[in-house]
Every structure is written in structure tokens, then in C-alpha cells.
Design a protein around this ligand. Structure first.
Ligand SMILES: [Ca+2]
Length: 534
């Protein structure tokens, strides 16, 4: 922000306008409103204010405004925690994304609490569990009465924008409350040829690649002259690397020489519940259509692993374009001297199983499905690797905390600002996970579970209130991080199981889930999902 120019423009605006008229309210910069808001007073500008007082107010408010960081929030769709260079991926090179990690925080143990696009996105926005915000499937709108972190920043004078995949309300591409500028599309969007709704003003179809288009929209918005006037929060919702994995032409063969076998856990399902074995041949199993990378299915012949390899190559390739996007954005922030007063967040909305235990897609509570990448580069936060478990619900309180904004009330998440700055002995040692059976995708049962730093217990309620019909799972993550050995029937682990069940009940109660309702589990089915919602 050019403070002197901004101040002069503001004073000129006041001088040119008729002070005391209602229109004078419109030229008071939002940073001045922030000053009033921050002082705890209801915002109300007296009708007669002297120029001297206003100039003084503006000087003070510019000083405060300059301290409020911008937010660049980059959300990937279905990005695995280990599919960036900074997490140690053996083949994926993502130098621009890695830069955020090297110059900022890398949260090694970040989890979603419902591994599904829309519920998880709503948790990221609101700081709430799905059972509270109410977006429990991919077909529900974000409730406008629930204040999100962008809404709160907007209320406090930030310029806000959301560009890209929103995906709460499949058929609705209209602007949503809390954003000055909103560019999205219906449903999942397409890697090529997405039709965008430009802030409700017009529709346009971009012929090029989604990742490039959304980055172009972001840079256009960032280059608007009014970005200099007040702090901003820009959210980018990438489609990548969500299925159907379609790489940009230049990266289509980037991994041709890499062999990708099925993970060996896919062949050790003896101690797993039956539903996992049934899933093998479905839309969400390794012998299924693999998001159309396999044309004839099911196919469990060993040589059909080639389809799995091709699918994985394509998934990885889409991430290379995201890395290019991050590079362009960081370069712009650096060139305009904004990088060191901008909080840059890079994360995924949910994890993804890539063959582990024979599964593709997500929804289950096994590690690759619930782990997500989270990198944060922020003014005043020293680079480090954070080991503690953080959740999607922690994003909203943390960002508001870092921006000095008023916290959201009665949420489940917790700000990790103190944790990363000087440690927080009261930080969580366990969390609760929930997923509800979807008729449209009948490949995963209802899931309720608890994960601690060392253990995980998962069970599968039927939904009718009676006893579970699927075997539960218990893992010692310290000795068995790949969840190979289900200890649910192990007599030596009976005490731990009892402890975890009690912890699950405690956490459910703590998040307000006293009456747990869910759909009836109709079982794993072979049918494919409807074409329109794949
Ligand atoms: Ca997703």
C-alpha cells in the first residue's frame, strides 16, 4: 500500500465531497472503519467531522491498515498430503509450492474431519464440523447464516474474492455472500472449456486449461488499482488434481518412465472389514473404471495395473500445472513488494487413496484419505515443521487470529498461532472423524472414528441405531503407520480399544454431537454413479 498516496487521495476525496452528506460514508476507507471496529465501538460516523480530525484518523488507520496482512488462500482439490516435493515425493518436483514450505510452516500432520469435497470446504471456511455446518454431502449450499473467515475479513474491511471451484451447491454458479468478486462454475468444472460465471455479470467459456484460467483471473484481480487501498483476501479453488485427471499438454508425458504398481496393502485385506474387499471392484476400487482410465472393467488381471499407472501419472501431472500457478502468484507478490505482508496458505480439501487397501477416491478414514497438505508462509512466523495434529477446522480461527480479526464464536477449530509461535501445551492429542453413507456413491459405509497421535479406532454404524454390521478397525499408528494390522480382535489391545471408544464418545459430545443421525447403510453396490455427478 502506498500510504502517502492513499492518504492524499482519501483527504482529496473528503475535500471534494460534501462532508456530512451520506455520500461521505462511501469514501471513508475501510481501514478507518477497522479502527472503529477494533476499538470495540459500533461503527457510526458523525455527520459533521472536521477535516483535521479526519486526516488524523486516516493517518492512524493507515498505520493499522498497513499492519493487517493480505491473505492468499490456495485450495487444491483432492491433493494427497505426499504429492508435493516438500513432503518428499520421489518423482513430483514442485519447487514453487515447496518454496512456501521452506520459507514458512509445513504442517506434517494435517487432517480433514470428513474426507469429501463440500463438507470439508465448509469446515475450512467455518471452523465447524460437518454435523454442525450442515454441509454433509456434495449437494448442499454453504449456509449463509454461518459466518466464514472470508465473511469476517470482509466485514472488517478486507477486499475479498473467490475464484475457482466452490462446489457447495452443484447447480449454482452465482456469487456467494462475503465476497466482492466471485468467479465460479457449476458442478466440478472441466480441465478444458469450463463455463465461468464472472461475478454474476456474464458467462464466459475459457478454451484453455482450468489451472491457467483461474490463475489469470487471480492475477487480473490482484492487479486492480484498488488492491492498494485496503488489505485483501483472495481464495483460489483449483479443480486440480481432482478426477477426471486431465493433464496440460506439456505435462502429459512427464512421468511416462515411472512404473506405478498397486500398493502392496491392496493385497492384504484378510483382517479388513468385508466392505473394503467389496469396494475393490467398484467405482472406488482398484479393479474398477479408475475414473475412466480403464475402459473395460472390472479388471483384476495383473497386467491391468497399467491403467492404474496411467491414472496416477495423470494425477501427478495436473499438480505440475498447480505448481506453475503458485509460481506466477508468488512472483507477482514479490514484484509488487506484497509477499512479506501476505499470508500465503497452500492446502488440500481432503486426501485421496491411491490404491491403498485396494481403494481409490476418499471418504474412508484410512490415512491417505484423511491426511492433507498444509503449508503457510506468513509475516512474523519463522519457518518450521509442525508435528502436532491440526484440522481443517483450525484454518478459519488461525487466519483470523493472524489477521488480528474478531474471532468466530462457538466453533470447533482452534487457532494454531500460539502453537507455532511458542508452543501450546493444551494442543489437541486426538480428534473425531465422521462420514455419512451416500446413496449416490454406495461404496463407503457410515464412518465414525477417533485418531490420536498414536492410535486410530474406526467403526461403521449401520444408521438404524442397532449394532454395527461391519467389523471395526484398530491401528497402532506408531508401529504400523500404513494400517496393515487391524488389532480390533487382538486381546492385548482390548484396554486401548476401550479407552479409544470412551475418547470417541467424549469428542463427539465436545463437538455437540449428542444425537448422531445418519443415513441407513444400504451396502456396497456395483452400480456406477450417475454421469452428472461423477
Ligand atoms: Ca475434494
Amino acid at each position: 500500500m502506498n500510504s502517502i498516496g492513499f492518504l492524499l487521495r482519501a483527504i482529496y476525496a473528503f475535500g471534494a465531497d460534501s462532508i456530512g452528506s451520506p455520500s461521505s460514508l462511501r469514501v471513508i476507507p475501510s481501514v478507518a472503519r477497522n479502527l472503529w471496529n477494533l476499538s470495540g465501538r459500533k461503527f457510526e460516523i458523525p455527520r459533521r467531522l472536521g477535516m483535521t480530525f479526519m486526516a488524523g484518523l486516516l493517518v492512524a488507520s493507515v498505520a493499522i491498515g498497513a499492519e493487517r496482512p493480505n491473505v492468499l488462500f490456495i485450495l487444491c482439490d483432492d491433493l494427497r498430503w505426499d504429492c508435493i516435493g516438500a513432503s518428499g515425493h520421489p518423482y513430483l518436483k514442485t519447487p514453487n509450492i515447496d518454496r512456501i514450505a521452506h520459507e514458512g510452516l509445513r504442517f506434517k500432520n494435517t487432517f480433514c474431519t470428513t474426507s469429501l469435497c463440500s463438507p470439508s470446504r465448509a469446515s475450512i471456511l467455518s471452523g465447524l464440523y460437518a454435523h454442525t455446518h450442515g454441509v454433509r454431502d456434495n449437494f448442499t449450499e454453504y449456509p449463509t447464516k454461518i459466518v466464514s473467515w472470508p465473511m469476517r475479513l470482509h466485514d472488517e474491511g478486507y477486499a475479498t474474492a473467490y475464484l475457482g471451484k466452490w462446489h457447495m451447491g452443484e447447480g449454482n454458479d452465482s456469487p456467494r455472500p462475503g465476497f466482492d468478486w466471485f468467479v465460479t462454475h457449476k458442478a466440478q468444472g472441466k480441465y478444458f472449456g469450463t463455463e465461468w460465471n464472472i461475478n454474476g455479470l456474464r458467462h464466459e467459456t475459457t478454451p484453455g486449461y482450468y489451472t491457467t484460467a483461474v490463475t489469470d483471473y487471480a492475477l487480473d484481480w490482484l492487479k486492480q488499482p484498488e488492491r492498494e487501498n485496503k488489505p485483501w483476501a483472495l481464495c483460489i479453488g483449483h479443480k486440480a488434481p481432482h478426477s477426471y485427471y486431465t493433464p496440460e499438454e506439456k505435462y502429459a508425458h512427464a512421468f511416462d518412465n515411472v512404473r506405478v504398481p498397486y500398493p502392496d496393502t491392496a493385497f492384504h485385506l484378510d483382517d479388513k472389514p468385508t466392505w473394503i474387499k467389496q469396494r475393490l471392484y467398484t467405482w472406488h476400487g482398484i479393479y474398477g473404471p479408475l475414473f475412466e482410465w480403464r475402459k473395460k472393467f472390472p479388471d483384476d488381471r495383473p497386467e491391468a495395473v497399467k491403467d492404474f499407472e496411467n491414472m496416477t501419472h495423470a494425477y501427478w501431472s495436473t499438480i505440475l500445472s498447480v505448481d506453475d500457478s503458485v509460481g506466477r502468484l508468488l512472483k507477482h507478490l514479490e514484484a509488487t513488494k506484497q509477499l512479506d505482508r501476505t499470508i500465503v496458505v497452500f492446502m488440500g480439501d481432503n486426501g485421496l487413496l491411491n490404491g491403498e487397501h485396494g481403494m481409490v477416491d476418499k471418504r474412508a478414514m484410512h490415512e491417505p484419505s484423511i491426511r492433507i497438505p498444509l503449508l503457510v508462509r506468513a509475516p512474523g512466523l519463522k519457518p518450521s515443521v509442525v508435528e502436532q495434529m491440526v484440522l481443517t477446522e483450525d484454518i478459519a480461527p488461525s487466519l483470523l487470529d493472524l489477521c488480528g480479526a474478531k474471532p468466530l464464536k462457538n466453533i470447533h477449530g482452534k487457532s494454531w498461532k500460539r502453537l507455532v509461535q511458542r508452543g501450546d501445551p493444551s494442543w489437541r492429542r486426538s480428534f473425531f472423524y465422521e462420514y455419512n453413507y451416500e446413496k449416490q456413491f454406495p461404496y463407503t459405509p457410515n464412518v465414525r472414528g477417533v485418531r490420536t497421535d498414536e492410535w486410530k479406532y474406526i467403526h461403521y454404524p449401520h444408521g438404524g441405531g442397532g449394532p454395527d454390521r461391519h467389523m471395526a478397525e484398530l491401528y497402532n499408528l506408531k508401529t504400523d503407520p500404513d494400517e496393515r494390522h487391524n488389532l480390533i480382535k487382538d486381546p492385548a489391545s482390548a484396554g486401548k480399544l476401550k479407552e479409544l471408544r470412551a475418547e470417541l464418545a467424549r469428542l463427539m459430545k465436545a463437538t455437540g454431537l449428542t444425537r448422531d443421525t445418519m443415513p441407513l447403510d444400504e451396502g456396497v453396490k456395483q452400480e456406477l454413479p450417475s454421469q452428472s455427478i461423477r
